[in-house]
Design a protein around this ligand. Structure first.
Ligand code: SF4
Ligand code: SF4
Length: 433
């Protein structure tokens, strides 16, 4: 929909806002060394500053949105490391989403984003089928015939053999709608189960519920919740992202919870930004603002309260990897480390470049496989150097990506969400699978 801004320019809201964001950049270049793709290739057009120049030139009509120009934007991870070091407060993530929205060359959303991720039943059926195929040897047979590569492309063909097996149905089923607090209740929280995360990281959701209940929260899992839209927004599919945001707000409002807890950095970051996403919709703006105010990453919530003593030791050397959408998207850096340090037995070891992206970045590792693997290689170098027993990260995409990288490098490490270590400290080691 076309609109007019304060100085009379005409365009879509996204185009105008995206353009305005580009004007904040003072071209100092302080962001260059923080940018993973600049570090990969040392090319200005693949740096934050270079990309902002391209976006501004396109917005001002001085450059055509050609495939060559847009390719530099495609190669951006959207990790927002540039925002964390920018002295001018550039809102790069928003700018990129607006520009991707405006210049989208794909005729429609990728199949997974359109027809799978937003539909919990379809997602559950897909993972049930995958598990059946893994257990009956059909996946291995298909792999030997090169089917994943043929049907889903080279990236899926290359990643598939390294991915962990699909969890049993008991871990993929929805979590209980209500879990009572242990002892005195200190409040009611609602938990986002996530779309892909609910199928691939059901154990993380269950650990989150156990810990929240153990420390005194009543935990509600909103009915009919699905995808929060983070993946769609990241790729610039803003209209679909807005639909999913409205749906998520409605579902969480019904719970009457004081706080909305998220254990996935990408989802939490998107949900905290609904306030901006829906700012121009009078019926939704106040609801989105109230919603975003209540969202907390699980580490953020736990670091802010007095915790009951943890009875079990977790004697491990733990390296913490900062998920981009926690460190750069939400500026949550200290809290997960504080939480890990509170676990008896944990030795937190330094990880060089811990806030550099691992290359997962939404669906980047599938759509930009070669670049994602270069970024991953550097992350695995740092992990190998730190020699931990465990790598902890607060985002499902990072967990999968680091599992793949560690397996390829032959590193014998465990890769977990921090909340799983807290859960072990409260409830002991989980039974081995
Ligand atoms: S640090 Fe900020 S102001 Fe400087 S070039 Fe990068 S984005 Fe622009
Ligand atoms: S979002 Fe990440 S990859 Fe993109 S320009 Fe900024 S630092 Fe570079």
């Amino acid at each position: 929909m076309e609109t007019t801004d304060s100085v009379g320019r005409i365009g879509t809201r996204e185009a105008l806002l995206g353009y305005e964001r580009t004007l904040d950049c003072v071209h100092c270049g302080l962001c260059l060394q923080a940018c993973p793709t600049y570090r990969s290739w040392g090319m200005e057009p693949d740096s934050p500053r270079g990309r902002i120049v391209i976006m501004r030139a396109i917005a001002e009509g001085r450059m055509q949105p050609s495939d060559t120009a847009l390719r530099h934007l495609d190669l951006c991870l959207g990790c927002r490391a540039c925002e964390s070091v920018c002295p001018a407060g550039v809102r790069y993530g928003e700018m990129l989403e607006f520009m991707r929205h405006e210049t989208n060359r794909a005729p429609r959303e990728p199949f997974a984003l359109r027809a799978l991720v937003p539909h919990p039943r379809r997602l559950r059926a897909t993972f049930a089928m995958l598990r059946f195929m893994q257990r009956t040897g059909l996946v291995a047979m298909g792999r030997s015939l090169g089917l994943p590569r043929r049907f889903f492309g080279p990236a899926v063909g290359a990643l598939e053999p390294e991915l962990p097996p699909v969890a049993p149905a008991s871990l993929r089923a929805p979590i209980p709608r209500r879990t009572a607090a242990v002892g005195t209740t200190r409040g009611r929280v609602a938990l986002l189960e996530g779309c892909l995360a609910s199928q691939m990281f059901g154990a993380v959701n269950r650990a989150t519920v156990r810990v929240l209940a153990r420390v005194g929260f009543e935990v509600i899992a909103p009915e009919k919740q699905g995808c929060c839209g983070a993946l769609h927004l990241h790729q610039g599919f803003l209209e679909h992202g807005r639909d999913l945001a409205r749906h998520t707000i409605e579902n969480f409002e019904r719970t009457g919870a004081d706080v909305y807890v998220v254990n996935s950095a990408g989802c939490g970051s998107a949900m905290k930004e609904y306030v901006h996403l829906l700012a121009d919709e009078p019926a939704w703006a106040p609801r989105a603002a109230e919603f975003s105010k209540r969202v907390r990453d699980v580490s953020e919530l736990l670091a802010s309260i007095e915790l009951p003593p943890m009875p079990h030791r977790v004697s491990r050397r733990v390296a913490y990897h900062d998920a981009c959408h926690l460190a750069h998207g939400q500026k949550i850096v200290r809290e997960p480390r504080q939480l890990l340090r509170r676990i008896p037995g944990v030795e937190l070891v330094a990880l060089r470049d811990s806030d550099q992206c691992c290359g997962s970045a939404g669906i980047y590792n599938v759509v930009e496989y070669e670049s994602a693997m270069q970024v991953l290689e550097r992350k695995i170098d740092c992990i190998a150097e730190a020699k931990p027993d465990v790598v902890a990260a607060g985002n499902p995409g990072c967990l999968l990506q680091i599992v793949v990288g560690a397996k390829r490098r032959g590193l014998r490490i465990e890769v977990v969400h921090p909340i799983e270590l807290v859960d072990r400290a409260y409830h002991g080691d989980p039974p081995s699978a």
